[in-house]
Write a protein that binds this ligand. Structure first.
Ligand SMILES: CC(C)(COP(=O)(O)OP(=O)(O)OC[C@H]1O[C@@H](n2cnc3c(N)ncnc32)[C@H](O)[C@@H]1OP(=O)(O)O)[C@@H](O)C(=O)NCCC(=O)NCCSC(=O)/C=C/CCCCCCCCCCCCC(=O)O
Length: 719
């Protein structure tokens, strides 16, 4: 709703009230229309100030309403009547003015913002465009180039930047509502037409076509296959080329096309999934709102390799003191140099003072005696990690939390060597740890809810998107990835090339195809894991290695590449060829094509043509099937957690929601049918066997993804 108040003699204040972010729900829009009409009818009122309750102007349209039938006063005419008002209207922006919230403010004649306010038009991140006049008013206010940048990225900007761009008229420290009233009193009586953005001439630039084409190329490269950024460019272009009313028509047409699109639904699902992942819960009933996390101020980081460096940088950026440890002076100096350089670059970019005083580098474990939490980031080797954990227990305070940064080792086995199994959790960061947003917080069978709460809270402070997951081999992300990777190499055996598979995956929307990712990470990473798990052993024929291991289909191609020293980008060749070791541009390698031909000949495989559809079905559905098994086993609390892991850690296209959302969107019965088909063709690939949960969900009529949790609960109670 909206609250109407008369203050001073001549000013009315309309306060948006819809906690927590005063989203423009039906009730709020109704309240605005009624309050505005009241203000316009009251002869004593000469000016109106719009503000939001609890120092929050407005977080935009109510996204929850988008999935229903939209009712109540529409935003466009409502903002129009604000702009057309004969009485002066000022927006007092505190907290946030986002999406429809900023569009409402753009309809006002003046805008005052508090110094801490954040403004933006993030609709593109929800698969939409600012369709309440934002694409037409903003370019008229700040010009095409700046508007294109803001609207196509959805970036939130500070009040200071908004002032510089000309979006707000004043930035004040203190009470924005009082400042808006003061501004109103100082300009009452001045003509308003110059302040009505819809009356301004289109925002002229010398070469609109060139600017828009360049923006189009940028968005297509940045968000391959996404419709909304393209529509945003088209709408802003209309602001430059057409009169306001025609521009609004274009905005509306483009919104009609986006609003019910599968991409918009996926991105709005992702918005809520991200928030739901933060509300973690454990199988024992402990959860985010019934478990207290004590504060962490000092953290030890053990190991300053690539992962340790990134973790230390993220901690310091969050204002946390770090004691960083290495085994010898040389490693310590290397780590120190890298961490220092990253933090100095960060301080320079942000224009903040360097946070280096928060860091201590040492070779001595004794320096860890008063830290609140330790993150071990040594080499991925169980015995080494066990030794580190035992040593830690000798020096740490009795309530210090011990975290292991592992990408898949057994957290329980590690916890067993400590004197505090309840304080041990996994923190699986993704490389580079100071850049990647995802953090899997892995609870073992003995981890206490408090330890999980502390790790989740610490991750959040480090600006990570944290997901609590149970302890199983590879945890969630890597466990699922294994099946996706297996299918991709089987496809090579059967006739595909690395480029063909990658192209299909990139057309699907992945930031990078699987073989490019493997080259980037280094093929030796998986090789080591396969050796450790016994899949590679000395008794395997080196000339014609078996294609079956432990009674299942196995593809030895990646091992054969490693044996040839083709480890990926770092050696200048892997699945692709690179100009030199370390260079990034992947080129098709005729040697690989020949190698694949020889391989097929050697094993008597007759190559066949493989379609992009088959690539997607086999890679993506096997990923989703494993996700369903993970849900079945209770490793995550719900499908949203899995989708968030894939969106933030594995380059899954946001406009496809995540693997679980995608499976639901394609149709669970289709996924079931395809998996049955492929499993029939590959009976020695057990992971293609449709999961029990998939069969159950299909049998129960393929409920929407939001209802899966209750079906999973029933499944557990039947087991
Ligand atoms: C920065 C934030 C605002 C706050 O961040 P933070 O403090 O970290 O808190 P959060 O955890 O993120 O959020 C707290 C809770 O608030 C909920 N929330 C937040 N924003 C919204 C919102 N806009 N709507 C609903 N709910 C919201 C959030 O889920 C949390 O809830 P809970 O505690 O977990 O339960 C941050 O939240 C943020 O960034 N929010 C989103 C801001 C945003 O993206 N705004 C833009 C929204 S879209 C918009 O404004 C569009 C405007 C123009 C649309 C015009 C509509 C016309 C429709 C026409 C359709 C025509 C086609 C019809 C065709 C047909 O019918 O077929």
């Amino acid at each position: 709703m909206a609250l109407y108040t008369r203050v001073k003699e001549s000013i009315a204040v309309i306060t948006l009230k819809n906690p927590p972010v005063n989203a423009l729900s039906t009730a709020v829009r109704r309240g605005i229309v009624e309050s505005l009409s009241q203000a316009l009818q009251d002869e004593q009122v000469k000016a109106v100030v719009f503000c939001g309750e609890n120092n929050t102007f407005c977080g935009g349209a109510d996204i929850k309403e988008f999935s229903g039938s939209m009712s109540g006063p529409p935003l466009v005419p409502m903002i129009h009547s604000i702009e057309a008002s004969e009485k002066l209207i000022v927006a007092a922006i505190e907290g946030v003015a986002l999406g429809g919230g900023l569009e409402l403010a753009l309809g006002c004649h003046y805008r005052v913002a508090d110094t801490n306010a954040r403004l933006g038009l993030p609709e593109v991140t929800l698969g939409l465009l600012p369709a309440a006049g934002g694409t037409q008013r903003l370019p008229r206010l700040i010009g095409i180039t700046a508007a294109l940048e803001l609207i196509t990225t959805g970036r939130h900007i500070s009040a200071k930047e908004a002032l510089k761009l000309g979006i707000v008229d004043q930035v004040i420290e203190g009470n924005a509502v009082l400042a808006a009233m003061a501004l109103a009193l100082s300009v009452i009586g001045q003509p308003l037409n110059a302040r009505r953005l819809s009356l301004q001439a289109p925002a002229w630039v010398p070469d609109v076509d060139y600017v828009c084409e360049a923006a189009l190329a940028r968005v297509k490269q940045r968000s391959r296959g996404a419709m909304a950024p393209v529509a945003c460019v088209q709408a802003v272009r209309a602001a430059a080329m057409l009169p306001y009313s025609k521009g609004m028509e274009k905005e509306r047409q483009l919104m009609d096309m986006l609003f019910r699109s599968s991409q918009a639904r996926a991105m709005q699902y992702a918005f809520f999934a991200q928030r739901s992942a933060g509300k973690w819960s454990l199988p024992n009933g402990a959860q985010w709102n019934n478990t207290k996390a004590r504060n962490v101020e000092r953290v030890g980081v053990i190991g300053l390799g690539t992962m340790g460096q990134g973790i230390a940088v993220s901690l310091v950026k969050a204002g946390i003191s770090v004691v960083a440890i290495e085994v010898d002076t040389k490693q310590l100096e290397l780590g120190k140099k890298a961490v220092t350089a990253m933090l100095q670059r960060y301080a320079q970019r942000q224009g903040v003072s360097s946070p280096l005083h928060l860091l201590k580098f040492t070779l001595s474990f004794h320096q860890l005696r008063d830290v609140d939490l330790v993150i071990e980031a040594v080499f991925e080797d169980m015995n080494l990690k066990k030794r580190v954990f035992s040593e830690l227990c000798k020096v740490l305070k009795e309530n210090t939390i011990i975290c292991t940064n592992t990408s898949g080792l057994n957290v329980d086995e590690l916890a067993a060597v400590t004197d505090r199994q309840h304080l041990v959790v996994g923190m699986h960061f993704f490389a580079p740890a100071h850049v990647m947003r995802l953090l899997e917080v892995v609870y073992g069978s003995g981890s206490s809810p408090e330890a999980v709460a502390i790790a989740m809270a610490l991750g959040k402070r480090m600006q990570k998107v944290c997901v609590a997951v149970g302890n199983c081999s590879g945890f969630v992300g890597n466990r699922m990835l294994k099946h996706y990777m297996d299918q991709s190499v089987y496809l090579l055996e059967e006739g595909a090339t690395p480029e063909q598979v990658d192209q299909a995956l990139e057309e699907f929307g992945f930031a990078m195809g699987i073989f490019k990712v493997a080259d980037l990470s280094g093929l030796d990473v998986g090789w080591r894991v396969r050796k450790a798990s016994g899949l590679i052993s000395p008794d395997i024929d080196p000339v014609k290695p078996s294609r079956w291991r432990f009674g299942r289909r196995y593809c030895p191609l990646p091992d054969m590449l490693c044996q040839q020293g083709r480890l990926g980008q770092k050696t200048g060749h892997g699945w692709y060829l690179y100009n030199s070791p370390g260079s990034k541009e992947a080129k098709c390698d005729p040697e690989i094509l020949k190698f694949l031909e020889d391989y097929r000949l050697k094993y008597g495989i007759i190559p066949r043509r493989i379609s992009s559809q088959e690539v997607i079905e086999r890679c993506v559905f096997s990923l989703a099937n494993e996700g369903l098994r993970i849900l079945e086993e209770g490793i995550t609390a719900g499908p949203e957690d899995i989708d968030i892991i894939y969106l933030f850690g594995y380059g899954w296209p946001r406009y496809r929601g995540g693997p679980m959302f995608y499976a639901a969107q394609v149709g669970l019965s289709v996924v079931l049918e395809k998996l049955e088909h492929y499993h029939h063709l590959q009976p020695d690939v057990p992971s293609l066997e449709p999961s029990q949960l998939l069969r159950k969900l299909v049998a129960e009529g393929s409920p929407p993804i939001q209802q899966w949790k209750s079906h999973i609960k029933n499944l557990h109670s039947q087991l």
